[in-house]
Write a protein that binds this ligand. Structure first.
Ligand SMILES: Nc1ncnc2c1ncn2[C@@H]1O[C@H](COP(=O)(O)OP(=O)(O)OP(=O)(O)O)[C@@H](O)[C@H]1O
Ligand SMILES: [Mg+2]
Length: 481
């Protein structure tokens, strides 16, 4: 049996003996030939199952053959139609070619002639489909919350599309701020579960002693403070998607319980003896190297393999070419509208600078930079002097007059608020530790949970829009005292 999919040929020929002869010519076993004797019937057949090529006799009992051709083209402009014409009707064939027919053959013809013409028609069709596919890819500058048309992101979109339909668990990796949560949501939204809930659980942000109850829920009285039964994320995500964010931060003992849940779909709320079954699709994410975590004994190997069915790696922003400009432009428009500003374009040098920067904080950092510009400046064009100093930016020295750079007081003796110094120092430690929170904590001689708490507070402040407004990352209510 051939593994090649048969191509569907629609043969429109009112003279049955001739049609039979052509089918014989075509070696019907090589193609799937659908034969129609009337134009209307043929259009219905083409609508029901689009053919790869059409062989059309222009003289039909119920319709003008050229009308049939027009209708076929109207439905599918890329369709390949081969016209059969009698010796005396070459004019008609020429007319058909003008209307977009692929080729014509004059009766009588032999098997070779028919097969050669058909093979060319099918080849043209294949090429047209490939071009269509490439164009579709190039056109995809946006995809479920993502902006960017780089080949790297097209590959991400394709993976998301192809896994969305299944229940397979997806494991997303990528540096901080590359859009892992955006990807998790895209998978949910592109999936048949889109009407179910998308529940995100950030394993790094929830205190370890509360994590189990956050996932599995608890019953009243299960622990001090459990005043009533409470469903966990697992139950809330029933019929939908459970996003386990920062999965590598989950304590190892809880990983064992999670493994059981992933394997069986069974949930036991804290303090309850009763199991409930849920239907959940898992998407996990981390900005660490999960295999290194497995090797270090911090992430259970069996859980890793359960979750790591489909890997999805998000490229860093610096590897996405001009996407950085497309994303920056979109943020500029959004933030200017939100802030009531008229900034709408970047000067050419600004775009060059944005493109050249290495964006260690990826899209989130870009967001902050653009927000900063919009909040602090007016006018219609963003100029180079408006850009804030960008951390870890080898190409962009801090611009005088736009505030102190990261890392502490300036040489002139300016004193910074303590929260700012703390934030810069933690960021610096994280950078040096390659975003490994426990390692950064070790350097700073503080506990990792302090960093997690701070990160969470800063994120909340960023979401409130405090970042860049001069209150950068300053948690609500926190004073320098
Ligand atoms: N391609 C993109 N186009 C537009 N916005 C994006 C894109 N990627 C990410 N974002 C935005 O950037 C921010 C960071 O994205 P997200 O939270 O998904 O990143 P992350 O990889 O989960 O980061 P972290 O590791 O820090 O949790 C979000 O506000 C998100 O909407
Ligand atoms: Mg995230």
């Amino acid at each position: 049996m051939s593994a090649v999919k048969k191509r569907r040929i629609l043969l429109i020929e009112d003279t049955v003996p001739l049609a039979k002869l052509y089918i014989e010519f075509l070696r019907a076993d090589a193609h799937e030939v659908v034969h129609c004797t009337r134009g209307g019937e043929a259009l219905d057949a083409a609508a029901a199952a689009p053919p790869d090529a059409v062989i059309l006799d222009l003289k039909l009992p119920d319709m003008d053959g050229l009308e049939v051709l027009r209708a076929l083209h109207h439905r599918d402009p890329g369709i390949s139609v081969v016209i059969i014409t009698a010796h005396g009707s070459i004019d008609l064939a020429v007319e058909a070619m003008k209307l977009g027919a692929f080729d014509f053959i004059v009766k009588p013809f032999n098997a070779d002639r028919l097969n050669l013409t058909l093979r060319n028609a099918l080849e043209r069709r294949t090429l047209a489909r490939m071009v269509e596919g490439y164009r579709k890819d190039l056109d995809r500058g946006r995809f479920h919350g993502f902006i960017g048309s780089s080949p790297e992101m097209q590959a991400v979109y394709r993976t998301i599309e192809s896994v969305a339909a299944s229940r397979a668990n997806v494991f997303i990796t990528g540096e901080s701020g590359t859009g892992k949560e955006v990807a998790a949501q895209a998978i949910h939204r592109a999936s048949p579960r889109r009407d179910g809930a998308f529940v995100a659980l950030n394993c790094a942000a929830i205190p370890k002693n509360l994590l189990e109850s956050e996932i599995f829920g608890h019953v009243k009285g299960a622990f001090t403070g459990a005043a009533a039964d409470r469903p966990g994320a697992a139950l809330l995500a029933d019929g939908g998607t459970l996003f386990l964010d920062e999965i590598c931060e989950m304590p190892v003992d809880l990983q064992a319980k999670l493994l059981r849940f992933v394997q069986t779909g069974a949930v036991t709320p804290v303090g309850s003896g009763r199991e409930e079954r849920v239907d959940v699709r898992f998407v996990a994410a981390t900005n660490r190297d999960p295999l290194a975590e497995v090797q270090a004994g911090r992430f259970r190997e069996d859980l890793y393999y359960r979750l790591h069915v489909i890997p999805l790696a998000l490229p860093p922003l610096r590897d996405r070419g001009d996407d950085v400009i497309d994303i920056a432009r979109a943020f500029l428009v959004d933030y200017a509208r939100e802030e009531g500003k008229s900034l709408s374009v970047f000067a050419a040098e600004v775009e060059a600078r944005l493109r050249a920067h290495d964006w260690p904080g990826n899209v989130r950092q870009l967001q902050n930079v653009i927000r900063n510009v919009v909040v602090l400046h007016d006018g219609s064009q963003v100029t180079l002097d408006m850009l804030p100093p960008m951390a870890a930016c080898a190409d962009a020295p801090a611009v005088a007059g736009t505030g102190p750079g990261p890392g502490g007081p300036e040489a002139d003796g300016t004193v910074l608020p303590l929260w700012r110094v703390e934030k810069d120092m933690i960021r610096k430690a994280l950078r040096l530790a390659g975003d490994d929170v426990p390692r950064a904590a070790l350097m700073l001689e503080i506990s990792p949970s302090t960093i997690y708490r701070k990160l969470q507070q800063w994120r909340a402040a960023e979401e409130r829009g405090a970042e860049g407004s001069g209150m950068e990352g300053r948690p609500a209510g926190e004073t320098a005292a």
